[in-house]
Ligand binder design. Structure first.
Ligand SMILES: C[S@@+](CC[C@H](N)C(=O)[O-])C[C@H]1O[C@@H](n2cnc3c(N)ncnc32)[C@H](O)[C@@H]1O
Length: 378
């Protein structure tokens, strides 16, 4: 996804609905769900993720481990510090790359932690690089980072082959936000579920429409999907993992990568209990019933198929490990941080706040089990 990839500009009324309706007409009554999602979330002016609004946090649409507080970034800093020390033996830039940084909070938290954990020499050699495809968001991030007076953080539009990075990459809740396709079982055939339009009481409305799969990559993906599921069984397929991963592969010489997200195995996604798939929309911390109703006004997401992600990574030459629960990853990674907290006084108000955040991140019914950490390397 890039600004160039979305050719449309806002129509004269600035309504994303009209843009989508126009594309559906051009597409003879059908656009893939992936294209709908690309416009709804990432249209350069009108998309949910490109508009200048607050999306993440208690006072916005959803919370993430980053918005829980500093604790997450501090623990990650403890986990990344020894990895970065190892990479410092190589010539070239030592980096932490972040995808999907939104407000930049995680960058500040991780760099705050690393500034105390790395030698002065290595910290001065380290670059924190945020990859943000959208110009307006890049500007906002740069303004925020300038205000904080941090020098060794930069914001770039894309990863490039000539980067030659050695380091770490983190993407918190990025995979679930990549536009995906939807497929549905009809009889013994998987077909594609897209977006169409109909007029009801003189008003145009976006609706689900089905058609034969035409995209070659999608045909190859569903060829081995089970066919003994109930008629109408629906699932999501993300064809964008490959693109994201090849950018990462070509820009890193040596990498330890971490994607943190909600999701499950392919087998679990094909469970009869998930017959409508896992696609959902959020606004103001609530589910939005009709995901097609207000494009541009809410988040759209689905569970990540971790097996598919791992297979896509391994095909490119990465080693991709089995995802582990966030609580397991964080409790292991937090050990040195917890010892530090204990030494500096567990009853100190700031530390009590951090410990409460830690509990939220690892609690099995809050964030500890829902989120998985997928670790891959080159
Ligand atoms: C659910 S938000 C997560 C924000 C933040 N990481 C957090 O955890 O609070 C998803 C973010 O991923 C970004 N994103 C989606 N695709 C991306 C891509 N290809 N490269 C970089 N960022 C991307 C979106 O713009 C959005 O900021």
């Amino acid at each position: 996804m890039s600004e160039q990839a979305t050719e449309l500009t806002a129509d004269k009324n600035g309504h994303i609905f009209d843009l989508i309706a126009g594309e559906i007409k051009e597409g003879n009554g059908f656009i893939p769900f992936e294209r709908f999602m690309e416009l709804a979330l990432y249209h350069p002016q009108l998309g949910y993720y490109t508009k200048n609004i607050k999306r993440v946090g208690k006072d916005a649409d959803f919370i993430t481990s980053v918005s829980v507080g500093k604790c997450y970034g501090l623990i990650l800093a403890h986990h990344f510090a020894p990895i970065l020390k190892n990479f410092s033996n190589f010539s070239g830039e030592v980096v932490v790359v972040e995808l999907g940084a939104e407000s930049g909070d995680l960058a500040l938290d991780i760099m705050g932690g690393l500034s105390t954990l790395l030698s002065k020499n290595l910290f001065e050699r380290l670059y924190y690089i945020i990859v943000e495809p959208f110009n307006l968001k890049r500007e906002a991030l740069r303004n925020r980072l300038n205000l904080e007076g941090i020098k060794n953080i930069s914001v770039i539009s894309e990863l490039k082959k000539e980067n030659n990075f050695h380091g770490v990459l983190i993407g918190n809740e990025v995979l679930d936000a990549l536009p995906f396709r939807r497929v549905r079982l009809r009889g013994k055939n998987w077909i594609e579920l897209g977006v169409g339009i109909k007029t009801e009481e003189k008003k145009m409305k976006l609706i689900e429409v089905e058609r034969c799969i035409q995209n070659q990559s999608l045909i190859s993906r569903v060829v081995n999907f089970p066919k003994d599921l109930p008629d109408g069984f629906t699932a999501e397929v993300n064809l964008n993992f490959k693109n994201l991963l090849s950018g990462i592969h070509s820009s890193f010489v040596k990498l330890k990568g971490f994607f943190v997200d909600y999701g499950c195995s392919h087998y679990e996604l094909m469970d009869i209990g998930r017959s409508e798939g896992t696609v959902r929309a959020y606004s103001g911390h609530k589910y939005v019933k009709d995901i097609l109703l207000s494009p541009g006004s809410n988040d759209i997401t689905s569970n990540v198929d971790f097996d598919w992600f791992r297979a896509s990574a391994e095909k490119l030459g990465f080693i991709a490990h089995e995802p582990i629960d966030q609580y397991r990853f964080l409790t292991n990674a937090a050990e040195p941080w917890l010892l530090q907290i204990e030494k500096s006084g567990i009853n100190n108000v700031e530390n009590m706040k951090l410990i409460n955040q830690f509990k939220t991140l690892i609690h099995p019914t809050i964030m500890g089990r829902a989120f998985k950490v997928l670790n891959f390397q080159k």
